[in-house]
Design a binder for this molecule. Structure first.
Ligand code: NAI
Ligand code: MG
Length: 358
Protein backbone atom coordinates (compact mmCIF):
# COMPACT_ATOMS: atom_id res chain seq x y z
CA UNK A 1 0.00 0.00 0.00
CA UNK A 2 1.23 3.48 -0.89
CA UNK A 3 1.47 5.85 2.08
CA UNK A 4 0.74 9.45 1.23
CA UNK A 5 2.89 11.97 3.11
CA UNK A 6 2.33 15.72 3.03
CA UNK A 7 5.61 17.62 3.18
CA UNK A 8 5.07 21.18 4.47
CA UNK A 9 8.44 22.95 4.64
CA UNK A 10 7.23 26.40 5.82
CA UNK A 11 9.55 29.30 6.61
CA UNK A 12 13.10 30.10 7.65
CA UNK A 13 15.19 26.94 7.86
CA UNK A 14 12.05 24.83 7.25
CA UNK A 15 12.78 24.09 3.57
CA UNK A 16 16.44 23.15 4.22
CA UNK A 17 15.73 20.75 7.06
CA UNK A 18 12.64 19.09 5.56
CA UNK A 19 14.58 18.49 2.35
CA UNK A 20 17.08 16.37 4.28
CA UNK A 21 14.34 14.49 6.18
CA UNK A 22 12.44 13.80 2.93
CA UNK A 23 15.63 12.45 1.35
CA UNK A 24 16.03 10.05 4.27
CA UNK A 25 12.41 8.88 4.04
CA UNK A 26 12.82 8.42 0.30
CA UNK A 27 15.90 6.25 0.73
CA UNK A 28 14.27 3.54 2.85
CA UNK A 29 12.75 1.59 -0.02
CA UNK A 30 9.19 2.06 1.27
CA UNK A 31 6.20 2.77 -0.96
CA UNK A 32 5.77 6.46 -0.07
CA UNK A 33 4.10 9.22 -2.10
CA UNK A 34 5.47 12.52 -0.82
CA UNK A 35 3.79 15.71 -1.93
CA UNK A 36 4.97 19.20 -0.99
CA UNK A 37 2.72 22.20 -0.27
CA UNK A 38 3.24 25.71 1.09
CA UNK A 39 2.44 26.60 4.70
CA UNK A 40 3.00 29.50 7.10
CA UNK A 41 4.44 32.80 5.94
CA UNK A 42 5.52 31.28 2.62
CA UNK A 43 1.90 30.31 1.97
CA UNK A 44 0.67 33.74 3.02
CA UNK A 45 3.07 35.35 0.55
CA UNK A 46 2.03 33.04 -2.30
CA UNK A 47 -1.69 32.54 -1.59
CA UNK A 48 -2.74 35.13 1.00
CA UNK A 49 -3.31 32.57 3.76
CA UNK A 50 -0.94 30.65 6.09
CA UNK A 51 -2.96 27.45 5.61
CA UNK A 52 -4.40 27.48 2.06
CA UNK A 53 -7.34 25.16 1.34
CA UNK A 54 -5.21 23.01 -1.00
CA UNK A 55 -2.57 22.52 1.72
CA UNK A 56 -5.22 21.61 4.29
CA UNK A 57 -6.82 19.14 1.86
CA UNK A 58 -3.47 17.50 1.17
CA UNK A 59 -2.82 17.22 4.92
CA UNK A 60 -6.23 15.70 5.61
CA UNK A 61 -5.79 13.13 2.84
CA UNK A 62 -2.31 12.03 3.95
CA UNK A 63 -1.28 9.40 6.49
CA UNK A 64 1.16 11.86 7.99
CA UNK A 65 2.54 15.36 7.69
CA UNK A 66 6.24 16.15 7.72
CA UNK A 67 6.36 19.76 8.88
CA UNK A 68 9.37 22.10 8.94
CA UNK A 69 8.66 25.27 10.90
CA UNK A 70 6.74 28.50 10.40
CA UNK A 71 7.21 32.11 11.40
CA UNK A 72 9.31 35.17 10.79
CA UNK A 73 9.44 38.61 12.39
CA UNK A 74 8.29 40.13 9.10
CA UNK A 75 4.77 38.74 9.67
CA UNK A 76 4.47 40.14 13.22
CA UNK A 77 2.26 43.05 12.19
CA UNK A 78 -0.32 40.90 10.33
CA UNK A 79 -3.77 40.39 11.86
CA UNK A 80 -3.76 37.25 13.97
CA UNK A 81 -5.65 35.05 11.49
CA UNK A 82 -2.94 35.57 8.86
CA UNK A 83 0.07 34.93 11.09
CA UNK A 84 2.17 31.87 10.19
CA UNK A 85 1.54 30.05 13.50
CA UNK A 86 -2.18 29.95 12.67
CA UNK A 87 -1.27 27.19 10.21
CA UNK A 88 -0.24 24.85 13.03
CA UNK A 89 -3.30 25.69 15.11
CA UNK A 90 -5.50 25.16 12.04
CA UNK A 91 -3.93 21.77 11.27
CA UNK A 92 -4.25 20.64 14.90
CA UNK A 93 -7.89 21.59 14.92
CA UNK A 94 -8.83 20.23 11.48
CA UNK A 95 -7.13 16.87 12.11
CA UNK A 96 -8.01 16.60 15.81
CA UNK A 97 -4.36 16.23 16.82
CA UNK A 98 -4.80 15.87 20.58
CA UNK A 99 -1.66 13.98 21.64
CA UNK A 100 1.69 15.73 21.56
CA UNK A 101 4.70 13.44 21.98
CA UNK A 102 7.90 15.25 22.89
CA UNK A 103 10.93 13.06 23.53
CA UNK A 104 13.88 14.63 25.34
CA UNK A 105 16.96 12.61 24.52
CA UNK A 106 20.54 13.53 25.28
CA UNK A 107 22.91 11.37 23.26
CA UNK A 108 26.02 10.49 25.29
CA UNK A 109 28.16 12.07 22.53
CA UNK A 110 26.50 15.44 23.23
CA UNK A 111 26.58 15.32 27.04
CA UNK A 112 28.58 18.57 27.17
CA UNK A 113 25.72 20.45 25.49
CA UNK A 114 23.66 20.37 28.68
CA UNK A 115 24.26 22.86 31.46
CA UNK A 116 23.56 20.06 33.93
CA UNK A 117 26.33 17.78 35.16
CA UNK A 118 26.96 14.87 32.76
CA UNK A 119 26.20 12.29 35.48
CA UNK A 120 22.77 13.90 36.01
CA UNK A 121 21.79 14.10 32.37
CA UNK A 122 24.00 11.99 30.05
CA UNK A 123 21.92 9.31 28.35
CA UNK A 124 18.65 11.04 29.26
CA UNK A 125 15.74 9.52 27.35
CA UNK A 126 12.29 10.62 28.46
CA UNK A 127 9.00 11.11 26.67
CA UNK A 128 6.49 13.80 27.55
CA UNK A 129 2.94 13.17 26.40
CA UNK A 130 1.07 16.47 26.41
CA UNK A 131 -2.67 16.85 25.84
CA UNK A 132 -2.95 19.40 23.07
CA UNK A 133 -6.54 20.43 22.40
CA UNK A 134 -8.14 21.06 25.81
CA UNK A 135 -7.42 22.70 29.16
CA UNK A 136 -7.28 26.39 29.99
CA UNK A 137 -5.95 27.20 26.51
CA UNK A 138 -9.34 26.57 24.92
CA UNK A 139 -11.84 26.64 27.83
CA UNK A 140 -14.82 28.98 27.62
CA UNK A 141 -15.75 31.45 28.96
CA UNK A 142 -12.68 33.64 28.78
CA UNK A 143 -12.07 37.34 28.37
CA UNK A 144 -12.13 40.52 30.42
CA UNK A 145 -15.11 41.33 32.66
CA UNK A 146 -16.12 43.47 35.59
CA UNK A 147 -15.79 41.89 39.03
CA UNK A 148 -19.18 41.76 40.73
CA UNK A 149 -18.30 41.08 44.35
CA UNK A 150 -15.46 40.74 46.85
CA UNK A 151 -12.39 42.87 47.39
CA UNK A 152 -11.85 43.61 43.69
CA UNK A 153 -15.50 44.61 43.10
CA UNK A 154 -15.90 47.14 40.30
CA UNK A 155 -12.46 46.43 38.79
CA UNK A 156 -11.87 44.81 35.43
CA UNK A 157 -10.56 41.23 35.52
CA UNK A 158 -8.97 38.95 32.93
CA UNK A 159 -10.10 35.33 33.16
CA UNK A 160 -9.83 31.91 31.50
CA UNK A 161 -11.51 28.60 32.20
CA UNK A 162 -9.75 25.30 32.89
CA UNK A 163 -11.68 22.13 32.17
CA UNK A 164 -11.17 18.59 30.94
CA UNK A 165 -13.92 16.23 29.82
CA UNK A 166 -13.64 12.59 30.89
CA UNK A 167 -13.20 11.39 27.29
CA UNK A 168 -10.37 13.89 26.74
CA UNK A 169 -8.46 12.58 29.77
CA UNK A 170 -9.12 8.96 28.84
CA UNK A 171 -7.86 9.25 25.28
CA UNK A 172 -4.60 10.98 26.23
CA UNK A 173 -4.27 8.44 29.06
CA UNK A 174 -4.47 5.56 26.58
CA UNK A 175 -1.82 7.13 24.34
CA UNK A 176 0.51 7.56 27.32
CA UNK A 177 -0.02 4.08 28.78
CA UNK A 178 0.56 2.50 25.37
CA UNK A 179 3.75 4.54 24.93
CA UNK A 180 4.89 3.41 28.39
CA UNK A 181 4.17 -0.21 27.48
CA UNK A 182 6.66 0.10 24.62
CA UNK A 183 9.31 1.61 26.92
CA UNK A 184 10.20 0.97 30.58
CA UNK A 185 6.54 0.52 31.68
CA UNK A 186 6.62 3.49 34.05
CA UNK A 187 4.21 6.40 33.65
CA UNK A 188 4.13 9.56 35.77
CA UNK A 189 0.97 11.66 35.55
CA UNK A 190 1.62 15.31 36.39
CA UNK A 191 -1.12 17.55 37.78
CA UNK A 192 -1.90 20.03 40.54
CA UNK A 193 -4.52 17.94 42.32
CA UNK A 194 -3.83 19.58 45.69
CA UNK A 195 -5.28 22.85 44.36
CA UNK A 196 -7.26 22.29 41.15
CA UNK A 197 -10.57 20.42 40.77
CA UNK A 198 -9.69 19.74 37.11
CA UNK A 199 -6.49 18.06 38.25
CA UNK A 200 -8.20 15.88 40.89
CA UNK A 201 -10.61 14.74 38.17
CA UNK A 202 -7.68 14.11 35.79
CA UNK A 203 -5.98 12.01 38.48
CA UNK A 204 -9.10 9.92 39.21
CA UNK A 205 -9.54 9.16 35.50
CA UNK A 206 -5.87 8.23 35.07
CA UNK A 207 -6.19 5.79 37.98
CA UNK A 208 -9.20 4.26 36.25
CA UNK A 209 -7.47 4.00 32.84
CA UNK A 210 -4.52 2.32 34.61
CA UNK A 211 -6.72 -0.72 35.35
CA UNK A 212 -6.47 -1.59 31.64
CA UNK A 213 -2.66 -1.54 31.79
CA UNK A 214 -1.69 -3.73 34.76
CA UNK A 215 1.85 -4.04 33.38
CA UNK A 216 2.45 -0.26 33.62
CA UNK A 217 3.32 1.32 36.95
CA UNK A 218 1.44 4.63 37.34
CA UNK A 219 2.66 7.37 39.68
CA UNK A 220 1.45 10.93 40.25
CA UNK A 221 3.39 14.13 40.83
CA UNK A 222 2.43 17.76 41.38
CA UNK A 223 3.61 19.99 38.57
CA UNK A 224 5.77 22.24 40.76
CA UNK A 225 7.61 19.20 42.09
CA UNK A 226 7.92 17.78 38.56
CA UNK A 227 9.55 21.03 37.40
CA UNK A 228 12.13 20.61 40.18
CA UNK A 229 12.71 16.89 39.68
CA UNK A 230 13.32 17.43 35.95
CA UNK A 231 16.33 19.54 36.84
CA UNK A 232 17.43 17.54 39.90
CA UNK A 233 17.17 13.98 38.58
CA UNK A 234 15.58 13.90 35.11
CA UNK A 235 16.61 10.28 34.48
CA UNK A 236 14.17 9.16 37.23
CA UNK A 237 11.38 9.77 34.68
CA UNK A 238 10.45 7.65 31.72
CA UNK A 239 7.04 8.66 30.29
CA UNK A 240 5.25 11.74 31.66
CA UNK A 241 1.60 12.46 30.81
CA UNK A 242 0.11 15.86 31.53
CA UNK A 243 -2.39 18.48 30.40
CA UNK A 244 -1.95 21.21 27.85
CA UNK A 245 -0.74 24.03 30.12
CA UNK A 246 1.64 22.00 32.30
CA UNK A 247 2.84 20.06 29.26
CA UNK A 248 3.68 23.21 27.35
CA UNK A 249 5.99 24.34 30.14
CA UNK A 250 7.48 20.98 31.15
CA UNK A 251 8.22 19.91 27.56
CA UNK A 252 10.17 23.11 26.91
CA UNK A 253 11.99 22.63 30.22
CA UNK A 254 12.87 19.06 29.29
CA UNK A 255 14.07 20.17 25.85
CA UNK A 256 16.40 22.70 27.45
CA UNK A 257 17.89 20.01 29.71
CA UNK A 258 19.44 18.48 26.64
CA UNK A 259 20.96 21.77 25.47
CA UNK A 260 20.49 20.61 21.87
CA UNK A 261 17.31 22.14 20.46
CA UNK A 262 18.41 21.12 16.97
CA UNK A 263 18.14 17.44 17.96
CA UNK A 264 14.61 17.13 19.34
CA UNK A 265 11.68 15.77 17.30
CA UNK A 266 7.97 15.89 18.09
CA UNK A 267 4.74 14.27 17.01
CA UNK A 268 1.10 15.33 17.28
CA UNK A 269 -1.38 12.50 16.78
CA UNK A 270 -5.11 12.03 16.40
CA UNK A 271 -7.32 9.06 17.26
CA UNK A 272 -6.57 7.32 13.94
CA UNK A 273 -2.78 7.75 14.31
CA UNK A 274 -2.65 10.37 11.62
CA UNK A 275 0.07 12.74 12.75
CA UNK A 276 2.00 15.93 12.26
CA UNK A 277 5.74 15.53 12.76
CA UNK A 278 8.01 18.50 13.28
CA UNK A 279 11.22 19.50 15.02
CA UNK A 280 10.70 21.07 18.47
CA UNK A 281 12.52 24.19 17.42
CA UNK A 282 11.20 27.09 15.34
CA UNK A 283 12.08 28.53 11.94
CA UNK A 284 15.40 30.05 13.10
CA UNK A 285 15.26 33.04 10.70
CA UNK A 286 18.69 34.12 12.01
CA UNK A 287 20.38 31.21 10.21
CA UNK A 288 17.95 30.56 7.34
CA UNK A 289 19.29 29.98 3.84
CA UNK A 290 22.88 29.40 5.00
CA UNK A 291 22.92 25.60 4.89
CA UNK A 292 24.09 25.49 8.53
CA UNK A 293 20.91 24.43 10.40
CA UNK A 294 20.86 21.09 12.15
CA UNK A 295 18.50 18.74 10.22
CA UNK A 296 18.61 15.95 12.82
CA UNK A 297 15.49 17.04 14.77
CA UNK A 298 13.52 16.86 11.52
CA UNK A 299 15.13 13.56 10.48
CA UNK A 300 14.24 12.15 13.91
CA UNK A 301 10.70 13.50 13.43
CA UNK A 302 10.57 11.45 10.22
CA UNK A 303 11.54 8.41 12.33
CA UNK A 304 8.61 9.15 14.67
CA UNK A 305 6.38 9.44 11.59
CA UNK A 306 7.34 5.91 10.60
CA UNK A 307 6.88 4.59 14.13
CA UNK A 308 3.53 6.19 15.01
CA UNK A 309 1.65 6.81 11.75
CA UNK A 310 3.04 4.16 9.37
CA UNK A 311 3.63 1.39 11.91
CA UNK A 312 7.15 0.89 10.51
CA UNK A 313 9.05 0.56 13.78
CA UNK A 314 12.01 -1.25 12.22
CA UNK A 315 12.53 1.56 9.70
CA UNK A 316 12.24 4.12 12.51
CA UNK A 317 14.92 2.24 14.45
CA UNK A 318 17.06 2.27 11.31
CA UNK A 319 16.94 6.07 11.08
CA UNK A 320 17.60 6.51 14.79
CA UNK A 321 20.60 4.18 14.56
CA UNK A 322 21.92 6.14 11.58
CA UNK A 323 21.69 9.38 13.57
CA UNK A 324 23.60 7.74 16.45
CA UNK A 325 26.20 6.57 13.94
CA UNK A 326 26.87 10.04 12.48
CA UNK A 327 27.27 11.45 16.00
CA UNK A 328 29.62 8.58 16.76
CA UNK A 329 31.62 9.53 13.62
CA UNK A 330 32.10 12.98 15.18
CA UNK A 331 30.01 14.90 12.62
CA UNK A 332 28.35 18.04 14.02
CA UNK A 333 26.41 20.98 12.62
CA UNK A 334 27.43 24.39 13.97
CA UNK A 335 24.89 24.41 16.84
CA UNK A 336 26.35 21.26 18.44
CA UNK A 337 29.94 21.65 17.27
CA UNK A 338 32.73 21.40 19.85
CA UNK A 339 36.48 20.95 19.84
CA UNK A 340 37.56 17.61 18.43
CA UNK A 341 34.51 17.16 16.19
CA UNK A 342 34.03 17.86 12.50
CA UNK A 343 31.78 20.76 11.51
CA UNK A 344 29.39 19.90 8.68
CA UNK A 345 26.62 21.71 6.80
CA UNK A 346 22.91 20.88 6.73
CA UNK A 347 23.21 18.97 3.47
CA UNK A 348 26.43 17.20 4.49
CA UNK A 349 24.66 16.01 7.65
CA UNK A 350 21.85 14.70 5.44
CA UNK A 351 24.40 12.94 3.21
CA UNK A 352 26.02 11.31 6.24
CA UNK A 353 22.70 10.02 7.61
CA UNK A 354 21.81 8.59 4.19
CA UNK A 355 25.15 6.84 4.03
CA UNK A 356 24.76 5.48 7.57
CA UNK A 357 21.38 3.94 6.68
CA UNK A 358 23.02 1.32 4.52
P1 NAI B 1 13.89 29.02 17.16
O1 NAI B 1 13.75 27.67 17.71
O2 NAI B 1 13.53 29.24 15.75
O3 NAI B 1 15.39 29.53 17.36
C1 NAI B 1 15.99 29.66 18.64
C2 NAI B 1 17.52 29.59 18.49
O4 NAI B 1 17.90 28.25 18.19
C3 NAI B 1 18.03 30.45 17.33
O5 NAI B 1 19.28 31.00 17.69
C4 NAI B 1 18.20 29.46 16.20
O6 NAI B 1 19.20 29.82 15.28
C5 NAI B 1 18.57 28.19 16.95
N1 NAI B 1 18.08 26.99 16.23
C6 NAI B 1 16.79 26.57 16.15
N2 NAI B 1 16.71 25.47 15.40
C7 NAI B 1 17.97 25.18 14.99
C8 NAI B 1 18.53 24.16 14.16
N3 NAI B 1 17.79 23.18 13.61
N4 NAI B 1 19.86 24.18 13.94
C9 NAI B 1 20.62 25.12 14.49
N5 NAI B 1 20.17 26.12 15.26
C10 NAI B 1 18.84 26.14 15.52
O7 NAI B 1 13.00 29.98 18.11
P2 NAI B 1 12.73 31.55 18.00
O8 NAI B 1 13.96 32.27 17.55
O9 NAI B 1 12.11 31.91 19.29
O10 NAI B 1 11.61 31.72 16.90
C11 NAI B 1 11.88 31.97 15.53
C12 NAI B 1 10.58 31.85 14.75
O11 NAI B 1 10.13 30.50 14.81
C13 NAI B 1 9.45 32.71 15.30
O12 NAI B 1 8.75 33.27 14.21
C14 NAI B 1 8.58 31.72 16.04
O13 NAI B 1 7.24 32.11 16.09
C15 NAI B 1 8.75 30.47 15.20
N6 NAI B 1 8.48 29.21 15.90
C16 NAI B 1 7.85 28.25 15.16
C17 NAI B 1 7.59 27.02 15.71
C18 NAI B 1 6.94 26.00 14.83
O14 NAI B 1 6.91 26.14 13.62
N7 NAI B 1 6.41 24.93 15.40
C19 NAI B 1 7.95 26.70 17.09
C20 NAI B 1 8.68 27.76 17.76
C21 NAI B 1 8.91 28.97 17.18
MG1 MG C 1 5.87 26.04 24.30
Amino acid sequence: MTHKIAVLPGDGIGPEITEQAARVLGALGLDLAMETAPVGGAAYDAHGHPLPAATLDLAKNSSAILFGAVGDWKYDSLPRQFRPEQAILGLRKALGLFANLRPAILYPQLANASSLKPEVVSGLDILIVRELTGDIYFGQPRGVREVEEGSFKGEKQGFDTMHYAESEVRRIGHVAFQAAQKRSKRLCSVDKANVLETSQFWRDIMVDVAREYPDVELSHMYVDNAAMQLVRAPKEFDVIVTGNLFGDILSDEAAMLTGSIGMLPSASLNASNQGLYEPSHGSAPDIAGKNIANPLATILSAAMLLRYSLNEAAQADRIERAVQAVLEQGLRTADIHEAGTEKVSTSQMGDAVLKALK
